[in-house]
Design a protein around this ligand. Structure first.
Ligand code: NDP
Ligand code: GDR
Length: 323
């Protein structure tokens, strides 16, 4: 019989790639979507008709429980989150509510109504924040520096506690930044790839950014969903750091993206201090050796290829829109 998976946040970047991966493996895939997001076809594209949409707010314990009880999913992937770190400073309470308590609600639904379901929680490198050591591994102490990181840490500990206290198969994937042509346009990589494409086509004149010296450990999203799946296939539940182990600056990303369209970023980029975050860390880089050892997983695509993939996709999209 086909395995059944429930994905929260299926309309996001990772949700699409994970749903596609699971469908290709023969899973029956259900996506939990907020009730006001009715038309998911813009986000799910070619796989829209292959997934079943379930509607619930992540604040609605009762409906979540009813859905989990009815589906008895083999695997649950909790990817839903207001995932923009900068914005979480202006909406701290709802961030905790959706990310922290939302995860707890799912865990409770599993504990009460479907204890054999395996659960993946999308944790984040932002939980390390002001990290004492670099690179970070599964033993590195946490010190989040923004409401998003605090909320992800609450969810992280809820997962660990439900695993230890109730014996649930629940795991945290502590992922570093991962990008693709499906990345939201509010994130810096997509903002840059889109601007490079539009400027090259004469559709935009300038690009305004914040801190160009900020460094990130950037990987390729389709590879990270493979690790999520692998984590739930292990004999025992555990937490894993998932990243490339290499950092680049926002400036490096800009340079590569504009080079791809034969332009020099210095001719087009403006800096707006308002886009610089109140607190920002510079040392976040993964030590993904446990994932390599236990899961046999490695990030494979170098940044220059990710940049090329994103800029080329945006060029095609913009050209199509012009026709
Ligand atoms: P996206 O921002 O692309 O997708 C977020 C998803 O969460 C969307 O489906 C969105 O639904 C849903 N969502 C947002 N707010 C709410 C809400 N209030 N109630 C219910 N659903 C909501 O994120 P990614 O795919 O990039 O990331 C997936 C997960 O991994 C997130 O939890 C993110 O925090 C985490 N993560 C991501 C990393 C990355 O680099 N991509 C790195 C580390 C962690 P809708 O379409 O309706 O808005
Ligand atoms: P991040 O990603 O905060 O790391 O969170 P984002 O792309 O937003 O920022 C990366 C870095 O770029 C700097 N930056 C800018 N960022 C944005 N968004 N817009 C700008 O104009 C800009 N200029 C410079 C930022 O200051 C930052 O240093 C992502 C999300 O996917 C989270 O959900 C996830 O948990 C973390 O990655 C790991």
């Amino acid at each position: 019989m086909a395995k059944r998976a429930l994905i929260t946040g299926i309309t996001g970047q990772d949700g699409y790639y994970l749903a596609k991966l699971l469908l290709d493996k023969g899973y029956e895939v259900h996506g939990l979507v907020r009730p006001d997001h009715y038309d998911v076809s813009d986000r799910l594209g070619d796989i829209t008709d292959r997934v079943t949409i379930e509607h619930a707010e992540l604040t609605d314990s009762l409906t979540i429980r009813v859905i989990v009880e009815r589906l008895q999913p083999d695997e649950i992937y909790n990817l839903a989150a207001p995932s923009h770190v900068g914005r979480s400073f202006s909406v701290p309470e709802s961030t905790i509510e959706i990310v922290g308590v939302g995860c707890l609600r799912l865990l409770e639904a599993v504990r009460q109504a479907s204890p054999r379901s395996r659960l993946y929680q999308a944790a984040s490198s932002e939980m390390f924040g002001r990290a004492a050591v670099s690179p970070q591994n599964e033993q590195t102490p946490f010190h989040p520096r923004n409401p998003y990181g605090v909320a992800k840490l609450a969810a992280y500990w809820a997962v660990v506690n439900y695993r230890e206290t109730y014996g649930l198969f629940a795991c945290n994937g502590i992922t570093y930044n991962h990008e693709s042509e499906r990345r939201g346009e509010e994130f810096v990589t997509r903002k840059i790839s889109m601007a490079a494409a539009r400027i090259a086509l004469g559709l935009q004149k300038r690009l305004t950014l914040g801190n160009l010296d900020a460094r990130r450990d950037w990987g390729f999203a389709p590879e990270y969903v493979e690790a999520m799946w692998l984590m739930l296939q292990q004999p025992e539940p555990d937490d894993f750091v998932l990243g490339t182990g290499v950092t680049h600056s926002v400036r490096d990303f800009c340079e590569a993206a504009f080079n791809r369209v034969n332009l020099n970023y210095k001719d087009f980029v403006d800096i707006d201090p308002a886009l610089v975050r109140p607190s920002e860390e510079h040392l976040l880089v993964a030590d993904p050796s446990k994932a390599a050892r236990v899961l046999g997983w490695r990030a494979r695509t170098p940044l220059r290829d990710i940049v090329a993939h994103m800029v080329d996709a945006d060029l095609s999209r913009q050209r199509r829109a012009l026709r």
